[in-house]
Design a protein around this ligand. Structure first.
Ligand code: WTA
Length: 660
């Protein structure tokens, strides 16, 4: 490092507040701070600003119907179609502009103009209709990052058939559970895909999943790997290219959907073993992702915007597909990993396409830091105007590294807190308005009321940790858990609401995160306070992992916790009791790892499996996970007073290697 660099580093390390760069503010979509006061004074009518970003075939009558909390309805009486909003309405002005810039891992690329995308979405919608898909049928999409994934999503939206995208890295078993739960009659999948240059098999996993589903499943299979790679075809499977060719040039009139009709289901992890089907609607969700893309990500039609998430998670739904396409911009989609063929792959793409916004995850930034600043330094990144992060807390050091080495100190960094259930961004700075404080996501967005409370629901003082709560509904919120209103109330509302009340003021949303607030109203998110872990920005329930482990032969009981990890943020630690007659040996460890990979997927693979004769339990029999977390983190273990078997903690600690 040069002397100048050392000085700069020292200055950055000291600085804890950053003004939005003037060059950014000059051109930002939102620059007037009065938006905060105005939206508070004019709530909920302020959300008309979001609705006006869409084309409605029937104007809505009411912005918010809160007569039956927490079953809020937004833009009631309004009608629209999401695919028409993402495609048709752009054709006249932007038909020949690029909608999707797809970059394959091996260097192959595909460019879809709005007209191209419109054509293929129509053809695939015609295909699905031909296969019997009707409005409200749930279509499951189990695919990696290929262009046919957003095409299939928009084709479903065109027909009014909600999609349920299952992350390609999830196992056959995870696919089966989700298809079964949604009673989904159609699966769109593919033969395989590339990871670090190698062809990965996908279709057999899909077949295995479908075989475990009780009802019949029609399949559509995309050929990603080409002819030299043979894949299985079930009798009920059809080849995507053949079907599309049969419907060449066909048009499908977008089905008119009520604002409150379901756009999609997205399964996510909660505190129990069963994944939850989060229901998002057409009007509220689409207006929310469009508005947040406009106000926070500063998306403009002429941009080349890139969110590096996977579409298999909510971030990709909202900020690769629906938000950017609703605004008519160019959205980049990258198939592969950031270090293939080299650790500068992302920067090469930024330079090549003149990317204007980059939205990624702290876990990726921590990897970039580890690899070193020489990789971004090889490329001209001056096209970038804004940087964003999502998925987990970003520590100030990583924030500053990103700000300096990727943004060249001239791009605002938005640290965006939100979740699958919120549909889109909730807490973050408005990049053209607020100053940024590394490590703190920022204030809640205008119109979002949040409070940090203690376990009694009392607001805590600035600087004190508490639970994050959201006091008012917002258009992008989940409407319920699929076919499970009771669990919806239980999971998100019961904690801090008067559930017998019909007054919306008595209903408070609890997202499951801890947070603290500073004197300027900026929130620092402290992570989940429930049994959910965040592995490389991927949300997983510890109970789901435990249930995969206890289904391994010879396992009697298991407890899973998240331990700190330098790059992944958190990683899975499993404490396992074997049944009599089974040894906690390498073979058992391998069986447990395989069990988790089969049950959920490789992302949930335990970093460490610790065999123990007992688990630390309270007198009432509850596992003390907090102590197991301390052990995983090699930290001094908290009080064992309430345990009925305190001696076991020492023993487990000895095995793991004890405190540093
Ligand atoms: C965490 C991803 C700190 C949080 C969009 C939340 C964050 C969970 C941030 C949701 C952030 C997300 N700072 N923590 N900026 N963004 N989280 O549903 O714990 O996959 O509850 O949605 O990720 O994960 P999900």
């Amino acid at each position: 490092m040069s002397e100048q660099d050392v000085e700069l580093e020292a200055r950055l390390a000291e600085q804890d507040e950053f003004e939005p760069p003037g060059s950014f503010v000059e051109q930002a979509n939102v620059t007037d701070p009065s938006i905060y006061d105005e939206s508070a004074d004019d709530w909920p009518a302020c959300w008309e600003d979001a609705a006006t970003l869409l084309d409605w075939s029937t104007e809505y009558e009411q912005v918010l119907d809160d007569s039956n909390p927490p079953f809020y309805e937004w833009f009631t009486g309004g009608e629209l179609n999401a695919s028409a909003n993402c495609l048709d309405r752009h054709l006249d002005e932007r038909g020949d502009e690029t909608a999707i810039e797809w970059v394959g891992e091996l260097g192959d690329t595909r460019t879809y103009t709005y007209r191209d995308l419109h054509r293929e979405v129509n053809e695939f919608a015609a295909t699905l209709r031909d296969q019997g898909v009707e409005a409200d049928d749930v279509v499951t999409l189990y695919m990696p990052m290929v262009p046919e994934l957003p095409i299939a999503m928009l084709a479903c939206a065109r027909l009014g058939a909600p999609h349920s995208v299952v992350f390609a890295g999830f196992s056959a078993n995870a696919l089966a559970t989700r298809m079964e739960s949604a009673d989904s009659p159609v699966l769109v999948t593919c033969d395989g895909y590339y990871r670090r240059g190698e062809a990965l098999e996908h279709k057999l996993k899909a077949d295995e999943g479908v075989a475990a589903v009780e009802h019949d499943v029609t399949g559509v299979v995309i050929d990603r790997l080409g002819d030299e790679y043979e894949h299985s075809m079930r009798e009920a499977d059809h080849d995507y290219d053949t079907l599309i060719a049969d419907h060449e040039g066909e048009k499908v009139e977008p089905v008119t959907r009520d604002a409150e009709d379901m756009l999609f289901l997205m399964y996510t992890s909660g505190t129990t073993g069963e994944p939850k089907g989060v229901k998002h609607t057409t009007g509220g969700y689409l207006s929310w992702v469009a508005w947040t893309s406009h106000a926070v990500l500063d998306v403009k039609p002429e941009d080349t915007y890139w969110c590096s998430a996977d579409i298999g998670w909510i971030t990709g739904h909202s900020y690769i597909v629906y938000g950017p396409l609703a605004l008519g911009t160019t959205t980049v989609m990258y198939e592969g990993t950031p270090d293939y063929p080299e650790k500068d792959r992302l920067w090469e793409i930024v330079e090549e396409y003149d990317v204007t916004q980059l939205y990624t995850a702290p876990t990726a930034i921590r990897s970039f830091m580890k690899w070193g600043e020489e990789y971004p330094a090889r490329h001209d990144l001056s096209s970038l105007r804004l940087l964003g992060t999502v998925g987990e807390p970003i520590n100030p050091r990583a924030w500053k590294w990103y700000y300096r080495n990727i943004g060249g100190e001239s791009c605002p960094v938005v640290d965006t807190w939100w979740q699958t259930e919120t549909g889109g961004l909730m807490v973050t700075t408005l990049p053209g308005v607020n100053s940024m404080k590394p490590g703190s996501a920022g204030p809640p967005l205008p119109g979002i009321g949040s409070r940090i409370v203690d376990t009694d629901g009392e607001e805590v003082a600035a600087g004190r940790a508490g639970h994050l709560t959201i006091q008012k509904p917002w258009p992008g919120m989940l409407r319920t858990l699929y076919q499970n209103d009771e669990r919806f109330i239980e999971e998100y509302w019961a904690e801090y609401s008067d559930t017998d009340s019909g007054d919306p003021d008595d209903w408070v949303y609890f997202p499951g995160d801890g947070a603290k607030i500073d004197d300027d109203g900026y929130l620092t998110i402290l992570g989940r306070v429930d049994d959910v872990v965040n592995i490389s920005g991927h949300r997983l329930g510890t109970m789901e992992i435990e249930s995969a482990i206890v289904s391994v032969e010879g396992v009697a009981e298991a407890a899973v916790v998240g331990g700190d990890h330098e790059v992944k943020g958190e990683t899975v630690y499993a404490y396992v009791i074997t049944e009599d007659g089974y040894a906690g040996d390498d073979e058992m460890q391998d069986a447990i790892i395989a069990g988790v990979e089969d049950g959920i997927g490789p992302i949930a693979r335990p970093e460490e499996v610790v065999f123990t004769p007992e688990l630390p339990k309270t007198r009432s029999g509850k596992i003390m996970r907090r102590l197991l977390e301390d052990v995983a983190n090699r930290e001094e273990v908290g009080s064992t007073n309430t345990l009925r078997n305190p001696e076991i903690v020492d023993e487990i600690q000895r095995q793991v290697g004890g405190a540093d």
